[in-house]
Design a protein. Sequence first.
Length: 121
Amino acid sequence: MTVLTVLTVLTVLTVLTVRTVLTVLTVLTVLTVLTVLTVLTVLTVLTVLTVLTVLTVLTVLTVLTVLTLLDVLTVLTVMTVLTVLTVLTVLTVPTLLDVLTVLTVITVLTADCTDCTDCTD
């Protein structure tokens, strides 16, 4: 073999090696970029899902809290109305009894016993 043949073979091998290395580097770069993009996408999706989950939980808790407050307010309102009605009844019944007593006394005192067979002298 001559020097020219050896140099040609070495040049061809070098070119092929460089091309192979460049191809491998290109494939590795593309794979790295795709991996990074995939990881970022997965992280973004997980973040969005986490935010949506937190928002859903907060919404449910808020709705439950508002409903509970409304229930408490309803119970308090009913208790207040019942208390007012009880107080009014307690205050009204003796007054009605007093009025009935006075009316009975007046009726008895002003009754005309001349026509009455049940009247006693």
